[in-house]
Design a protein around this ligand. Structure first.
Ligand SMILES: *[C@@H]1O[C@H](CO)[C@@H](O)[C@H](O)[C@H]1NC(C)=O
Length: 462
């Protein structure tokens, strides 16, 4: 009997041990799986479904959207992660429109969600703030100077709200206020914390908007349903995201410009006023023409200097200068300007070398310089018609930013000081009326001669 009992007991013990250890293993697997799921979401039936960890994020989004609807806040979705999901997968948009209780678009891998608020459609509502606080949101409002009021005559610039951050359960809703500017575009300010503000309130460095000021064309919006909620989004998301990637905006340096004019009073003679008016009209016409062709351009040479130094056009410059990357050249440019009433005055160089176009406006010339990229530098070419001499103007590499000049939203080199210093030397801040384009610029290099047999092609004067 005893001999029979022992193995039986042993057997039970072994079985219990086996069950215990496999349960531990299963529990471990379940735990690991849940951890994994809450970090990454899991793909069930091909769709991202966020479990437990995302529940509070979903609640925050729903609470915020509830407030938006109740108070008619004119916001639209500008979150690059959410919009990115919608461009990747149009099925997602369709499916997300079906009212279901999952958060697939508005809850991303990030702990914040970003909306833009159209400033001119919105009035400060104390009710909204207290309703948000009642729902548990903590609020941080970042204000800054109103650039629409800043000018050379008035540097006061009243403060306006630029960014709102709503925090709840460790999630954030970032609301970027967009203001309409006189060049008919939307602008948002730099998110700059005041010294007394809580630097740890939100993940400021990771936010999509606010590292710099930015500018956008007014996007066409559509009302759609995302995750069962009514949300307005840009109609053409791809276009919006492209704009986002190159939205950085530079304000003109009004304070420095004012100091400049205190040293060198502005020319307000009728001739100077007349020139400025014509140059402004030409600049607007050039911008319309090139934008229609989708050719990006920037203010170059004297026009760039006028913007940077005096927030205006230099009256004795006698022309408007634009830069264009050679990769964006198309023969349509010449046709389009001629159609716009600007005859071609000269064409120097060729597409693979030193191309330069000049159009005759009303008493004002439009010069377009094409820029070539080398390993460490960029350059544009010059040609002296009578001698066939070639010149090369060398600049440090630069990227493009937006700014406003004469009520036009226009591009300039972001590294404007480096660009102007290369072209005009460190004394660019001192006006010089005698300037020889072949010898004065510090960045000019002689670049040989065009072969005489090519002159008909590379030196065209009309
Ligand atoms: C969206 O904008 C891009 C330009 O960024 C354009 O090429 C495209 O055709 C637009 N799509 C629609 C559907 O309008």
């Amino acid at each position: 009997m005893a001999g029979g009992l022992m193995p039986r007991l042993n057997k039970n013990a072994v079985l219990a041990l086996l069950i215990a250890s496999s349960s531990v293993f299963l529990l471990f697997q379940l735990y690991y799986y849940r951890q994994h799921v809450s970090q990454n979401g899991t793909h069930l039936f091909g769709r991202t479904v966020h479990l437990s960890g995302k529940d509070s994020q979903w609640k925050v989004v729903k609470k915020f959207m509830g407030l938006v609807h109740k108070y008619n806040l004119p916001v639209f979705l500008v979150d690059t992660a959410s919009l990115g999901l919608l461009t990747q997968d149009s099925a997602l948009l369709r499916e997300s429109s079906i009212s279901h209780p999952q958060c697939t678009v508005l809850c991303t891998h990030r702990d914040f969600l970003t909306f833009a608020l159209l400033g001119n459609l919105w009035k400060y509502d104390v009710g909204f703030v207290s309703a948000a606080e009642e729902k548990g949101f903590e609020l941080l409002e970042v204000r800054g100077k109103d650039p629409r009021l800043v000018s050379m005559d008035d540097l006061s610039g009243k403060e306006i709200p630029l960014h709102f951050l709503y925090r709840l359960h460790g999630y954030f809703v970032h609301v970027v206020v967009l203001y309409e500017r006189s060049g008919n575009y939307l602008w948002h300010g730099h998110l700059r914390l005041k010294p007394n503000m809580d630097r740890k309130f939100a993940p400021f460095r990771r936010l999509d908007y606010g590292r710099n000021a930015g500018s956008y064309d007014r996007p066409e919006l559509v009302l759609t349903t995302l995750d069962g909620l009514d949300v307005r989004i840009p109609r053409n998301i791809t276009r919006f995201l492209t704009e986002y990637s190159q939205a950085q905006f530079l304000e003109c340096r009004y304070k420095e410009a004012r100091s400049f004019f205190q040293l060198y009073p502005d020319d307000v003679s009728p001739e100077a006023m007349d020139f400025r008016m014509k140059a402004k009209a030409l600049l607007h016409l050039a911008a319309r023409t090139l934008t229609e062709l989708q050719v990006p351009f920037w203010l170059s040479s004297g026009t760039c200097l006028g913007w940077f130094r005096q927030c205006s056009i230099i009256p004795y410059s006698k022309d408007v200068d634009l830069g264009i990357w050679i990769k964006d050249y198309t023969p349509d440019i010449i046709q389009a300007f001629q159609k716009a009433g600007l005859p071609l005055k000269h064409k120097f160089g060729k597409v693979d070398d030193s191309l330069e176009l000049s159009f005759q406006g009303l008493d004002v010339k439009l010069d377009i310089f094409f820029f070539y990229e080398d390993t460490d530098i960029v350059w544009n070419g010059g040609t002296q018609a009578k001698s066939g001499k070639k010149f090369k103007y060398v600049f440090p590499k630069f990227s493009l930013c937006w700014t406003e000049l004469l009520e036009l939203k226009v591009r300039v080199p972001c590294e404007a000081v480096d660009y102007l210093t290369a072209n005009y030397g460190p004394t660019w801040n001192t006006p010089i009326k005698t300037w020889d384009w072949k010898s004065s610029p510090p960045n000019v290099q002689e670049n040989g001669l065009w072969p005489v047999k090519d002159w008909d092609d590379v030196i065209q004067v009309y």
